[in-house]
Design a protein around this ligand. Structure first.
Ligand SMILES: [Zn+2]
Ligand SMILES: [Zn+2]
Length: 92
């Protein structure tokens, strides 16, 4: 039997979820799907050819949030090359 407090928590998260869906999906729901599709279509690292684990934005999310889900703005990279890319990139 859930306590009243637990019930309230559960109700709250359900409301948040339906709100997110109504808004067209917020990042934490949309991003994992987008990322998975990118890795399915481009399963190898662009830089070294290893198995890609991460999706990198060519134009950073901070600079162009509207390109976050643009297929032309993402590349698949392995963890190591992804770190390298961010190290090489000059800071804004
Ligand atoms: Zn790599
Ligand atoms: Zn990146």
């Amino acid at each position: 039997m859930p306590t009243r407090f637990e019930h309230r928590l559960r109700t709250k998260s359900t409301l948040d979820y339906s709100k997110a869906v109504r808004l067209g999906g917020i990042n934490r729901y949309k991003w994992p799907k987008f990322r998975r599709l990118q890795l399915m279509q481009h399963p190898t690292c662009l830089d070294c050819g290893a198995v890609a684990e991460e999706v990198h934005h060519l134009i950073e999310r901070a600079a162009r949030p509207d390109l976050m889900y643009d297929w032309d703005n993402v590349v698949s990279l392995c963890r190591k090359c992804h770190q390298n890319r961010h190290l090489q990139k000059p800071r804004f």
